[in-house]
Design a protein around this ligand. Structure first.
Ligand code: BDR
Ligand code: CA
Length: 320
């Protein structure tokens, strides 16, 4: 049986690849997509998610729009951050406008109602700021116990991308992030920059995607090509001509957990410090009081990840 998941996204070039992998991989069943303010304003995240699903022939997957602003962050979006991120993402993804429409229900309603009614396990995969998830936790006292596993892209131990110490998704709504890490989910897996920066996708891989001739290959080549240009210009990785496609690594993990290497540790989120707000504080040396609450990925298997990505993008949606 395919593994069911819900993606909570701020699409975004890497969220877009995550959506395509989740919608096309035969071992996965993408139940729905929820959107949240992040890389771009939420209405663009919604529009971009619909574009991607339509483009690959999966317009049947419902998209629900979520929070337009953080639970608590009066100064977001910050112009500098937005300017940086639009280099990597653009406002609208370079594929045709959607013909599908978002659902009437809000993302948070969908999340709460879906988990309330679920008879099968559905993994929750947030790859944007955690505002929707924190809202669901606050609204439904049973939400946390109903979610079997959360696999989120966010945080960093050795890196920062939006500030010297913080990763964008966690930093964009630090109070929401703190509540998710402290919520007591049965299983919480974090895929931070430490792992995603090891799973780089190269220009050679992009050329292979272009040559596939599938909608997903064509779209991913455009999105990842754009990412590589922006990373080379503004945030060069160890290898030039290559970039992380952060959010897609979470989806790869659902298919093959050995694509990342995790340690089970206590992780909390800093919500106050002027220099460190949004930092994931990872208790690597067991110095704090907190019990382990998170499987935190320090490494990734690049070859495995890229091979799975290429294999999935080669696929087309089954006729419906
Ligand atoms: C994360 O922030 C966003 O810009 C990306 O989509 C990814 O989810 C990386 O820090
Ligand atoms: Ca994202």
């Amino acid at each position: 049986m395919a593994r069911k998941l819900i993606l909570d996204v701020d699409t975004g070039t890497d969220d877009a690849v995550a959506i395509m992998m989740a919608a096309l991989h035969p071992d996965l069943e993408l139940v729905g997509v929820t959107t949240v303010n992040g890389n771009v304003e939420v209405r663009y995240c919604t529009d971009n998610s619909l574009r991607v699903l339509d483009f690959i022939g999966r317009g049947d997957i419902p998209v629900f729009e979520g929070l337009a602003r953080p639970i608590a962050r009066p100064d977001f979006p910050i112009p500098r951050a937005i300017k940086k991120s639009t280099g990597v993402h653009g406002l609208e993804l370079p594929i045709p406008e959607p013909t599908s429409r978002k659902q009437d229900r809000s993302a948070v309603e969908f999340l709460i109602e879906t988990y309330r009614a679920a008879t099968d396990e559905i993994t929750l995969v947030p790859t944007g700021p955690l505002s929707n998830i924190a809202a669901a936790i606050a609204l439904d006292p049973k939400f946390v116990e109903r979610v079997p596993e959360v696999v989120l892209m966010g945080g960093a131990h050795h890196h920062g991308n939006v500030t010297p110490s913080a990763e964008m998704n966690i930093w964009a709504d630090p109070d929401a992030s703190a509540s998710v890490f402290a919520a007591g989910f049965r299983k919480l897996v974090a895929v931070p920059l430490d792992a995603t920066h090891e799973a780089l996708v190269s220009l050679d891989d992009v050329r292979e995607m272009e040559a596939m001739g599938t909608p997903a290959g064509t779209a991913a080549a455009r999105f990842i090509g754009r990412r590589i240009g922006a990373y080379d210009a503004n945030q060069p990785m160890k290898e030039r001509g290559a970039a992380p496609v952060h959010d897609a690594l979470c989806v790869a993990y659902l298919v093959d957990p050995s694509v990342i290497e995790t340690e089970f540790l206590h992780v909390a989120v800093e919500t106050q410090g002027p220099l460190t707000v949004g930092r994931t504080v990872v208790d690597t040396n067991r110095r704090g009081e907190g019990a382990p609450n998170c499987h935190f990925a320090f490494h990734a298997d690049r070859a495995k990840f890229v091979a799975m990505m290429l294999e999935t993008l080669r696929r087309t949606a089954p006729a419906r």
